[in-house]
Design a protein around this ligand. Structure first.
Ligand SMILES: *Cc1c(COP(=O)(O)O)cnc(C)c1O
Length: 388
């Protein structure tokens, strides 16, 4: 039996069977179990920031796992303190952090903080964006604006009102003095790498300031250099009240973080929240290696090269390119993204059909000019193959 059949037999059917079985990786290159080589332009959904098997991550993780792999929250350890200090040092305002294991858990922490704030202030509902994605647990799912994955699991404990993403007037209408918090992605990732119009986040900040609602930026996909800034919100000159992080932070190791700025950083009292594995020493060591080795100048140069290259591809199937930094979507004229993804894999490139008409491209942040040029050169052929 093939690995694919064994997967199908052993796993719950929630994922379907993935089309490629990966065996190993190095930098932007990965190899499948049959030895076929690919250039990885999705990086485990914007996760492997330094690429696969980066020597600094390998060294940090190996050293830490051989020294002290786990403490629980009953004991503190130096890597978590170093990581917290380093992370907070990259932000524009004083803040405090909670470490979790995943993006969803980071949002659960933000959700609970907001619930606490709402009870204290006598506020009753959340606002979030249509097509937004905040995770799969009940709290995070309740904030997720995708009917198909949400509605069958309701009703949810707190009312969430959804507004069209990018529409500041709709925000103004929806966020009142009774609103607990506004959850927004600075650019929507799972919706297809959709940036809002300029000034949207700033408008959100102003509306929250005027009404007292907390502004929660879900930067689980957009942060840690992905957009060309450490944090995407920094490009807008805006500081949220709560900030959630995960994907790129651990460079492939699981870690999530919920950051509270100013008064939002001290909303939890002792005993209000916790995690056995959250902020474990190994994940923290990996995240420290990521923060130490990530080169924002390289990200920006590579991003310009990738974007310019893709925009110059002339094919009727390619309608345009959108996104920020090394986080783009090739927008298709027809809903054939799955075919494009398949043709790309056949040609040796891993990309992601994030929407029926959008291909997400999010390579490791160490992707080289040569690797970018290889994708750009192959792209017309991939589109032609998919159009057949
Ligand atoms: C991926 C993602 C999540 C969920 O993170 P998990 O680690 O899969 O739990 C939440 N919000 C955004 C914006 C994401 O991209």
């Amino acid at each position: 039996m093939s690995l694919f059949e064994r997967f199908e037999n052993a796993f719950m059917p929630n994922y379907g069977v993935p089309p490629v079985a990966l065996a190993r990786g190095e930098g932007t290159r990965v190899w499948d179990v049959d030895g076929k080589e690919y250039l990885d332009f999705i990086a485990g959904i914007a996760v492997t920031s330094l690429g696969h098997a980066h020597p600094a991550v390998v060294e940090a993780v190996s050293r830490q796992v051989a020294t002290l792999a786990h403490t629980s929250n009953l004991f503190l350890h130096e890597p978590e303190v170093l990581l917290a200090e380093k992370l907070l040092g990259l932000l524009d305002a004083p803040a405090r952090v909670f470490f979790a294991n995943s993006g969803t858990e980071a949002n659960e922490a933000a959700y609970k903080l907001a619930v606490k704030y709402g009870k204290r202030e006598g506020r009753s509902y959340f606002v979030a964006a249509e097509n937004g994605f905040h995770g799969r647990t009940i709290g995070a799912l309740s904030l997720t604006g995708k009917k198909a994955i949400r509605d069958q699991f309701g009703p949810f404990p707190v009312e969430v009102r959804f507004v069209p993403y990018g529409d500041a007037d709709a925000l103004k209408e929806a966020v009142t003095g009774d609103c607990i918090a506004l959850f927004l992605e600075p650019t929507q990732g799972e919706a297809g790498v959709v940036p809002p119009p300029d000034g949207y986040l700033k408008a959100a900040r102003e509306i929250c300031d005027a009404t007292g609602a907390l502004l929660v930026c879900d930067e689980i996909q957009s942060a840690i250099g992905r957009s060309g800034h450490w944090f995407a919100h920094q490009a807008d000159g805006v500081t949220p009240d709560l900030l959630t992080l995960a994907k790129g932070l651990g460079g492939g190791l699981p870690i999530g973080a919920c950051v509270g700025f100013g008064p939002a950083g001290t909303l939890f009292d002792k005993g209000d929240h916790g995690s056995t594995f959250g902020g474990n020493p190994v994940s923290c060591a990996a995240a420290l290696a990521v923060l130490d080795h990530l080169d924002l100048d390289h990200v920006r140069q590579a991003a310009t090269r990738l974007r310019t290259g893709l925009e110059a591809v002339a094919h009727p199937l390619l309608k345009g390119v959108r996104g920020r930094g090394l986080w783009l979507a090739a927008v298709l004229a027809e809903p054939v993204a799955p075919q494009v993804q398949q043709a790309a894999a056949a040609a040796g490139f891993l990309v992601n059909a994030v929407q029926p008409d959008a291909i997400r491209i999010a390579p490791p942040l160490v992707v080289t000019a040569g690797e970018i040029d290889a994708l750009v050169a192959a792209f017309p052929g991939i589109l032609a193959e998919a159009a057949q």
